[in-house]
Structure formats: C-alpha cells, structure tokens
Design a protein around this ligand. Structure first.
Ligand code: HEM
Length: 408
C-alpha cells in the first residue's frame, strides 16, 4: 500500500483505517503527514512511550481539535498554545503539575467500588430501553443506536449526576453538541445558546446541592472540592460535568456499536458470546479490536526522538491507539476479533496519567447492556440497510445500526 498521500483525516482512510495502520507499523516509528501538518505514531511500544511522557507530549493539543486547528488545512493555523490558554481548566487537557491535584480529586469519585454501586441502575435502564426497542420494532427492523446505544450512557450519567428524568432529552442534545465541537467544524449560534443553557442548568444544580446535599455526583464533587481546599471554581466544576458528558457518552455508544458490528462480521463470535457467563473478555476484545478512541492528540514541548525520527517542538502528534491495539508484535492474528484470545493490557482507555477516568463505568455499562441485549433476544442480525459509520481521527463508531431482532 502506498502511503505517499496518506492522511488520517482522508475519508478513504477513515472508512477502513486498518490496512493503512498495518503499513504505517511496518514503516518508521513516527511519520510526518504534510497534508495535515501533523505526525502519526502507530506501533504499540512507541505509542505507550509517548503517552507515558507527558513532560514532552502535552495534552494541551486537545484544544487543537476544538479550535479547528487540525481541520484548518488552508490559511494560517490558529496557535494551539494561545488557544489553549484561553480555555477553561479541563482535566483531560491539563499537564502536570496542574493535572495532579485535580485528577486525585476526580479519581475519588470514580473508584471501582463507587461504580459497582451503579450496576443495578444501569441494568434497570438497559432493560427498559431494550424492552421498549423490542416493542417498537416495525416489521422486525429497528435502529439499535437510536433506541438503546445512544440513550443508555446519557441516561446513566444523568442519573449519576442526580438529574431529573424529564431533563434527559436536554442532556442528550448537550452531549451531542459537545461532541460535534470536537470535530472542529465550528459551532452555530443555536449550539452556543444551547450550551449556555447547559452551563446555567449546572450552575443552578450546584447552587441547589450546595444548599442541600444528596447522594449524587454533583454533591460529591462539592464535598471533594471543599476537602481539597476549593481547588475548583464553580465554572471549573461546570466544565468538569461537561467533560463527563463529552468524554463518556459518545465513546460508550460507539463501543457498543463497534461490538455489534464485530458480531455481525464474525457471527461465530456472537454465538460464542451467548455461551459465556462472563462478558468481560468480550468487552476487552472490542476495546482492543475496534477502539472507539482511535487516537489521542498531543503537542510536543521540545524536540523528541522516536526511533530514527526527530519530531520537532510544537508539533501536533496523533498517537494511534487503534493501530497500537492491532500491533502484530503484541497480539497473534491481531486483525481478528476473537473473544477467547488471551487477555493483554491494551490502550483502549489510554494509559499513564490521563488513563480514562470512566473506564470502570464504561466497562460495566458495556457488559450489562450487552448481557441484557443478548439475554432478551433470541436473534439479533443486521438489518436491510447498511449501518451509518461515524469516524474522525479521534472517534470511531456508528450513527445508526438497523437490526432485525427476535425477542427471546
Ligand atoms: C480519558 C477512552 C468512557 C471520562 C480517556 C482517554 C481515553 C478514554 C483513551 C485518555 C485520553 C488521553 O490520554 O488524552 C474512553 C472510552 C470510553 C470512555 C473508550 C468508553 C468506552 C468514559 C466515561 C467517562 C469518561 C463513561 C466518565 C463518565 C474520561 C475523563 C478522561 C478520560 C474525565 C480524562 C482523564 C484525565 O485526563 O485524567 N477516556 N473513555 N470516559 N475519560 Fe474516558
């Protein structure tokens, strides 16, 4: 495969990036892509080394996405550092030392123990959505994304935050807008007005919970913040809630979409999954095989040598998790989706200091939703219409997935 015109933003690459990744892994450890003025790193070892080196690989580059830097191919590129300096404090885009106290505080809210306490609620929501989907199916065909995969994580995080059920549709809209902004395509006046509404809503919640604490996450954020000596302003706390919506919803929807797509491509694996008592290996395999976060973006603070290449300071670097997770030097027959393969740590949730805060929650949601979908259906098959893929250099999943389902 010829990589001369390779670009990770090219629709042909996004349609099926894996043959390109395989070719990239055979080449130099880092590759400059002139068309997008960025670097890509594709092998497991080098991706891991870079993610674990936040002193050189700054997370401020995340703002390059919001600022439209990556999509701005023509004209002068906005300066990422200047743009980042104007943005609110967001855990995912902070570097040490600022990242450390905020992460310590946030980690207390998402411990495995805290998350396990949500299992019953997640099951109830999953069962309600799946049952409603089964009732609604029209001639047997229904959109799995619209009815189950998209609402599920939004409803779950809304419940965790202690949001009224009648605000769920607002939450869904806000979450979609936040994700749309990640695509760097700018935002409309309407979207900005909607986000203002979201900020006002979280502000109001903070005020209410400050007056009377409950057992929801907003109350916990307030208590942890007090204990940490008011590390965050109200504005930072609102932004933290917005981060949970943007980092957690689309990713979980996509992971489940990728899983059912994998089942349709490998029907023997669906049969196998139906036999398993424990779906954890299935969740790990889909995180590896089709990582919903295909790449994390960094900005180099200094020149850095990777293999034989030197990436100059102030470069945007895409660390290709989707490729690293299919590295044949780590996994035998890596291109195959195989729920029985021996488990090895992967980068589906990143690694190092920014390792996904919501990993335990996302794993639990995916496991429970899959279990409910499999146990409540006798068959689940692709519908007549092809699913609609969504893909950019960061996220990979499905916008729609028509399926034919037969209740158990
Ligand atoms: C960070 C993946 C679900 C909250 C990350 C990172 C990845 C990731 C790869 C590292 C980003 C980087 O290094 O730049 C995923 C996947 C998910 C998922 C694949 C679902 C399948 C969630 C959920 C939440 C969440 C459900 C919260 C409710 C966060 C936060 C960070 C993060 C706050 C930033 C942590 C930090 O910077 O210290 N996620 N995520 N994620 N994720 Fe997730």
């Amino acid at each position: 495969m010829d990589l001369t015109d390779f670009s990770p933003t090219d629709p042909r690459v996004l349609a099926d990036p894996y043959p390109y990744y395989a070719e990239l892994r055979r080449g130099p450890a880092a590759r400059y892509v002139e068309l997008d003025d960025l670097w890509v790193v594709s092998r497991f070892e080098e991706v891991g080394e870079a993610i674990r080196n936040p002193a050189t690989f700054s997370s401020k580059a995340l703002w390059a996405l919001f600022g439209g830097v990556i999509s701005a191919r023509e004209g002068a590129r906005p300066n990422v550092r200047e743009f980042a300096a104007q943005q609110p404090k967001s855990l995912i885009a902070l570097d040490p030392p600022e990242h450390i106290p905020m992460r310590r505080m946030a980690a207390k809210m998402f411990t495995k123990r805290a998350v396990d306490g949500y299992a019953r609620m997640i099951r109830q929501i999953s069962e309600g959505l799946v049952d409603e989907m089964l009732e609604r199916r029209d001639g047997g065909e229904v959109d799995l994304v619209e009815h189950v995969l998209h609402p599920l994580p939004v409803w779950v995080i809304a419940d965790i935050l202690g949001i009224d059920q009648d605000r769920r549709s607002d939450f869904r809209r806000w979450s979609d807008i936040l994700i749309h902004r990640l695509s760097g395509q700018g935002d409309s006046a309407e979207e900005r007005a909607d986000l203002k509404q979201m900020i006002d809503y979280f502000d109001q919640l903070l005020r209410e919970r400050r007056a009377e604490r409950g057992d929801d996450l907003i109350s916990l954020i307030l208590s942890e913040n007090e204990e940490a000596g008011d590390l965050l302003t109200d504005f930072d706390m609102v932004n933290f809630c917005a981060l949970l919506l943007s980092a957690g919803n689309e990713t979980t929807t996509n992971l489940l979409g990728n899983l059912f797509n994998a089942f349709f491509l490998y029907p023997d694996q669906l049969v196998r999954a139906r036999q398993l008592d424990d779906l954890k290996p299935v969740v790990e395999e889909i995180l590896r095989w089709e990582s919903t976060v295909q790449g994390v973006v960094r900005l180099t603070n200094s020149d850095i040598r990777i293999g034989e290449e030197t990436i100059p300071a102030d470069s945007i670097v895409v660390l290709q998790i989707g490729s690293a997770n299919r590295d044949e030097s780590r996994w035998a027959d890596a291109e195959r989706f195989d729920v029985d393969r021996p488990q090895l740590p992967h980068f589906g949730f990143g690694t190092g200091i920014h390792h996904c805060l919501g990993a335990a929650l996302a794993r639990l949601e995916t496991e429970i939703a899959t279990e409910v979908l499999l146990s409540r259906t006798a068959a689940i098959e692709p519908g007549a219409q092809a699913p609609d893929r969504t893909a950019n250099i960061i996220l990979r999943g499905f916008r729609t997935m028509p399926v034919v389902v037969k209740p158990a």
